[in-house]
Ligand binder design. Structure first.
Ligand code: ZN
Length: 178
């Protein structure tokens, strides 16, 4: 018996904005061989992107949890078009545009009549500083805190107004000038 093997080749799909007819998200004009971010009504249902078959223009809804994410690219192994059967390992570029943010914040307590400030840092993924702030606030509803700064993790730092503590978003503090 001969060994039959199906060779599936990888194909990159760029992320591109698609035109909306009359601004209607239900009437997108797909660009074959690309994918685009799903409209809000689909994203609410867990669909992250819409992919357009390079062969027949059929669109496929891709859920956020499908495929394997690596360096922002989502790979769908053995993706097959429902209409024409076009088969490939689809590599959806820029699937995850989020960046790593650091929120520098402090909590405080009164001990022996003195204000004690505790500095903290927390890292999270978001697309923007505003979103990082929002995610942080949503996950810290039950504690009192003061946000000192929010920044992309690139070596940012900011000084606390209260006690001169420097709260670093990333990396060690710069060496003091000799
Ligand atoms: Zn197709």
């Amino acid at each position: 018996m001969s060994d039959t093997r199906i060779v599936v080749s990888a194909r990159a799909f760029k992320c591109e904005p698609w035109l909306l007819e009359n601004g209607n998200p239900d009437r997108m004009r797909p660009v074959p061989g690309t994918w685009t971010l799903a409209p809000a009504n689909l994203r609410e249902r867990g669909v992250h992107g819409v992919l357009c078959c390079p062969n027949c223009n059929q669109c496929a809804l891709i859920r956020a949890d499908m495929g394997k994410l690596e360096n922002g690219t989502c790979t769908l192994k053995g993706f097959s078009c429902a209409k024409c059967g076009f088969l490939c390992d689809a590599r959806l570029q820029d699937w995850d545009k989020r960046k790593l943010f650091c929120v520098a914040y402090e909590t405080s307590e009164i001990r022996d009549g003195k204000l004690i400030v505790h500095p903290h840092k927390e890292h999270l993924h978001a697309v923007s500083e505003a979103e990082a702030r929002f995610f942080f606030e949503q996950s810290h509803l039950n504690i009192r805190y003061n946000i000192v700064g929010v920044a992309v993790v690139l070596g940012f730092f900011q000084r606390s107004e209260k006690d001169d503590t420097v709260l670093y978003a990333d990396g060690p503090p710069p060496a003091p000038a000799a």
